[in-house]
Design a protein around this ligand. Structure first.
Ligand SMILES: [Zn+2]
Ligand SMILES: [Zn+2]
Length: 185
């Protein structure tokens, strides 16, 4: 297992700067792994991580655990929270860790020194949790695919929803984040 320093270095190199989020994310991930008894996350293939924001700490959790969005081992839950859950898929044992308080170091503070003075028990709350997931959420080949009858686009991994008895894509069901202003080029 990496040392804290090694994990922090790797996180900063990937993320692009040293910030509170890198320190908090590295510590959160290390604590999650420790609680689950996973010593070598990068060779352990059955780890799944749920991050609850898309801020700095998310990158650090990714580098420490080796979990990646594109490998389906890192799930992004858009909750806007400084929290993450770590699950051992082999045993279904899982732990959710959140920061206890808003720790904002004063402007210009030595970040590493500031956070070094705060022990894990003060920084984080840790709970065992049961995680709800479906086979279509797991890594591996897609188990499901369908074409949305409204827009004709393919939806994989069971992400369609049912409206009036018909399965359609989420963009058609909820309204999309984009609007077509053009026809196909
Ligand atoms: Zn950052
Ligand atoms: Zn559609």
């Amino acid at each position: 297992m990496n040392t804290f320093q090694e994990d922090l270095q790797e996180a900063v190199a990937y993320h692009g700067h040293l910030c509170s989020g890198q320190i908090i994310g590295v510590r959160m991930a290390r604590l999650g792994l420790k609680t689950l008894g996973i010593d070598d996350p990068k060779s352990f293939k059955d780890l799944l991580v749920y991050v609850e924001c898309d801020r700095c700490l998310t990158d650090a959790i990714g580098t420490v655990t080796g979990c990646k969005l594109g490998r389906r081992t890192l799930k992004w839950m858009d909750y806007g929270k400084s929290a993450a859950a770590f699950m051992n898929m082999e045993t279904a044992q899982a732990v959710r860790i959140k920061t206890k308080t808003h720790m904002r170091p004063p402007e210009g503070a030595d970040l590493v020194g500031f956070f070094d003075a705060i022990p894990d028990e003060e920084m984080f709350s840790v709970r065992h949790v049961k995680i709800y997931y479906r086979p279509v959420d797991l890594p591996g080949k897609p188990l499901e695919a369908m074409d949305c009858p409204k827009c004709g686009e393919e939806v994989i991994d069971g992400r369609q929803v049912t409206r009036g008895g018909t399965a359609i894509c989420k963009a058609c069901a909820y309204g999309a984040y984009y609007e077509n202003i053009d026809t196909d080029m």
